[in-house]
Design a protein around this ligand. Structure first.
Ligand code: PHE
Length: 446
């Protein structure tokens, strides 16, 4: 038996980091971001950023965590020998608080949809009803806050038990099941009358539709979907033993994530066009479109319930990882995990209240031209994550020796020999340059 602080196997680690990565980012946020930013053009830029910036960042975080065997905050300090670098770890913890605060709002919506689909009240309605229903659900302060609290309570309850039992066991079965159900959904969606218009929207890039803000959104989305830039993956890989193959893990996590985003687009956009919805709907996109697709399937009600249960699971595994980085930084090995988890959960809940209400009673409040919810998302995904990533890339190139990086990347990995020089170039030049250019251009365009 290994201690509770180590993954039981490399496979467990891949499942958990894929579990962190795959969640609402690919399944909920990607489709609506693509929808509001012109479809294919956004997808193309997102792919580019994922491969050239997000994936190298993921490997960088894995290398830092596995090399230091410490949590995010201590890693930077230990490797550089300079205490100021620990602020980079704290930046990640702060960003995690913010992300979890609005992530749990959507987690709450998923719970509501799961309960409603289970009770059968979501099937057989005319398509136009789904938009209204969604509006009613998210507009109700009581429902939003209660389900958000419930979502966080589940997260805390599981995280307090520690790494292995909590996260690893369940991912093994639920993620493949979600994947299979998604394939079924794609097939159904593609066979709807008028589906091709949606396929064209999603897969034919029209670059003239891309704005500076859309490019920043795509960069933010590539970080958000891979959970990078906030040192979360540093903490995760610190539980990994020295013989694990890091490049293989990066390839699996990035590959799965891109595949799921692609499937999500193929499930949503054909249906959007076939049913006459608007691709620019925003955060409600999957919640109005998917029930309508399931309606067109035999046993649609049952499938919809199963789908929502799996979506809730995928959402929870991402939430666990956010909670884990907060808890592991605060406890620093002390024996107060339980208490810290519940208190952190409470803080996150309070921070998330304005976001939850921004779809209802606070809908008219806008901060810098955005709703409170959008502002929180923008702050975390489009500012803190890119800035964190920029600093991490600088840390890797300035504070870590090439030989150490080389041995971490090549450890147990044949592909590492080819990947290392490529990655080393990307992380030192392409990653920082891309982030700086995108941030500056989009801030100037305000
Ligand atoms: N990657 C997760 C998702 O796509 C969200 C997340 C972001 C989780 C950052 C952890 C850290 O749903």
């Amino acid at each position: 038996m290994k201690s509770n602080d180590q993954w039981s196997s490399r496979f467990g680690f891949i499942l958990a980091s894929a579990g962190s990565a795959i969640g609402l980012g690919a399944l909920w946020k990607f489709p609506y971001m693509a929808g509001t930013n012109g479809g294919g053009a956004f997808f193309l830029i997102f792919l580019l950023f994922t491969f050239l910036v997000g994936a190298p960042m993921l490997l960088a975080e894995f290398v830092i965590g596995r090399h230091s065997q410490q949590n995010a905050v201590s890693s930077y300090e230990k490797i550089s020998g300079n205490p100021s670098w620990k602020w980079l770890g704290y930046l990640g913890v702060i960003a995690s608080f913010i992300i979890l605060s609005f992530y749990s709002v959507i987690g709450g919506w998923v719970i509501t949809y799961l309960v409603r689909s289970f009770s059968g009240s979501l099937t057989g309605l005319p398509n136009s009803r789904y938009e209204q229903l969604f509006g009613d659900i998210i507009g109700s302060p009581a429902t939003s806050l209660l389900t958000q609290a419930l979502f966080l309570a589940i997260t805390v309850a599981i995280v307090q038990f520690g790494i292995q039992k909590g996260i690893e066991t369940a991912s093994r079965y639920m993620m493949p099941a979600l994947f299979v159900l998604f394939l079924v959904l794609v097939v159904r969606s593609l066979s709807l009358d008028g589906a091709m218009e949606g396929v064209a929207f999603f897969l034919q890039p029209d670059l003239s539709k891309l704005t500076a803000e859309g490019v920043l959104d795509a960069l933010g989305q590539s970080f958000f979907a891979l959970s990078v830039g906030i040192s979360l993956m540093v903490t995760y890989s610190s539980y990994l033993d020295k013989s694990a193959n890091l490049t293989g893990s990066v390839i699996s996590v990035v590959g799965l994530n891109v595949l799921i985003s692609f499937l999500a687009g193929l499930a949503i956009f054909p249906a959007v066009f076939a049913f006459g919805f608007e691709p620019t709907e925003g955060p409600g996109l999957i919640f109005t479109v998917l029930p309508a697709v399931f309606n067109q399937m035999a046993l649609g009600g049952l499938f919809f319930t199963v789908f929502m249960a799996l979506l809730l699971f995928a959402t929870l595994t991402s939430a666990f990882s956010l909670m884990e980085i907060i808890v592991s930084t605060v406890t620093r090995g002390a024996d107060n995990r339980k208490k810290v988890s519940w208190i952190a959960g409470l803080f996150v809940f309070v921070l998330g209240i304005p976001s939850a209400l921004s779809f209802g009673v606070l809908a008219d409040v806008s901060v810098f031209g955005r709703s409170i919810f959008d502002m929180m998302d923008f702050l975390a995904s489009n500012l803190l994550m890119p800035i964190g990533a920029l600093l991490i890339s600088i840390f890797v190139s300035k504070k870590m020796k090439r030989t150490i990086l080389e041995s971490e990347v090549m450890m147990s990995s044949k592909a590492g020999q080819v990947i290392f020089p490529l990655w080393y170039g990307l992380i030192r030049f392409v990653v920082p340059a891309a982030i700086i250019i995108v941030l500056i251009t989009s801030l100037l365009s305000y």
